[in-house]
Design a protein around this ligand. Structure first.
Ligand code: AGP
Length: 364
């Protein structure tokens, strides 16, 4: 991959389309079929140390933070270690309690984001162990951390992150699998996740093949006054990232909420001019999510559902291929990148350089 536009009109489109290859790259050479695990050479933590981790705290900003939220869920699910993500910008200002048994992970595409770097430096000063999940090799955060996992998304030029977000989520799946397999994740589950990871590049290509349909949908939703993105648990960080993406590149106002929180306030916003995008995978929360679609419909809200089957109650559905439930967020986010892209295109926005934004925020 290079800086060449390779026939695309924008870097954002090019980078969305590069995802099958990018995901292939983050997996390459890391899977160990014999032990149903992965090798992450740069981690610098042996099995005994990995078993000693009592908690994981993930820090990043913007899309990196959202990818960290997906990562935290994967680590909890696969390794059964309590994990959460927090904006690095908040963490560094609240005099955090730094715990020696917590593994801290800084996430960044550029590796130069000032708030994330400052959080790493504060953690190091307090004697914490900090890993990086970083794209740019040799960047400041990569250098300051004790070890980590490179994301190998290749150069990302568009201000709006797409392929790096996806690759970061995959990198977290690898880390979660690794931590799981030195703890209590079974060989069978390890194999199941590995097979799921191997299916990702082809499945992303399948989603990208549906671009014409997503373009048609984007034209219908781009005139929205505002958009509501909702999801539960695995779908929630996907909703947050999709909402951020739409805002950044199309300037359409959007909100993201856990589906379960709608009734605690945001339902008041639902009207025909405020459509909802519902992330609704076929997982154990399907019935709960269906109830959310009904709540929205009862308030005359238009619904675009993104899931594994067509939902009759929704006005439109984007169906994504099935994978293992733990890996769902990786695939569910991809069509929403295309939705943001085509909404921005329909509105004539400056896609690669949205107003007021910089690719990396290296100042306080
Ligand atoms: C992504 O679309 C954004 N431009 C932004 O949120 C970005 O993810 C954030 O500034 C963090 O950047 P980093 O990954 O380079 O640290």
């Amino acid at each position: 991959e290079s800086y060449d536009m390779a026939g695309h009109d924008t870097y954002m489109h090019k980078e969305i389309c590069e995802q099958p290859d990018a995901v292939d790259r983050v997996l390459r050479g890391r899977i160990d079929d014999r032990f149903a695990t992965v090798h992450l050479g740069g981690l610098g933590i042996d099995a005994r140390e990995a078993r000693g981790v009592r908690r994981v705290k993930i820090l990043g900003c913007g899309s990196a933070y959202h990818a960290g939220q997906i990562g935290a869920q994967m680590i909890e699910e696969l390794a059964r270690i309590p994990a959460d993500a927090e904006p690095a910008s908040e963490f560094r200002y609240r005099n955090p309690v730094v715990d020696p048994d917590t593994l801290y992970i800084a996430v960044s595409q550029s590796g130069e984001t000032y708030d994330t770097l400052a959080a790493v430096q504060e953690l190091k000063r307090k004697g914490a162990r900090v890993l990086g999940v970083v794209n740019v090799v040799g960047s400041a955060i990569a250098r300051e951390t004790d070890g980590g996992v490179y994301v190998h998304a290749g150069p990302e030029v568009c201000v709006v992150s797409t392929k790096c977000f996806t690759n970061t989520a995959v990198a977290f799946a690898l880390l979660a699998l690794h931590l799981g397999r030195v703890r209590d994740l079974s060989v069978a589950d390890g194999r199941r996740i590995i097979e799921g990871l191997r299916r990702l590049p082809e499945q992303i290509a399948e989603i990208l093949n549906g671009e014409d349909e997503i373009k048609r949908l984007a034209a219908r939703y781009a005139d929205a006054k505002s958009m509501m993105f909702v999801g539960r648990v695995r779908g929630y960080p996907v909703a947050r990232e999709a909402s951020l993406k739409l805002k950044e590149v199309s300037y359409v106002h959007a909100e993201a909420y856990p589906a379960s929180e709608l009734k605690h306030g945001p339902l008041a916003l639902i009207e025909p001019e405020v459509p909802s995008v519902a992330i609704i995978p076929d997982d154990e929360l399907l019935e709960k999510n269906r109830a959310t679609l009904e709540e929205i419909k009862a308030r005359s809200g238009r619904i675009l559902a993104v899931g594994h089957r067509v939902h009759e109650i929704a006005d439109d559905t984007v169906v994504v291929p099935r994978n293992e439930p733990e890996l769902d967020p990786i695939l569910l986010g991809v069509p929403l990148q295309l939705l943001a892209y085509h909404a921005a295109l329909a509105l004539g926005r400056d896609i690669d350089k949205p107003r007021n934004l910089a690719k990396s925020v290296t100042v306080e």
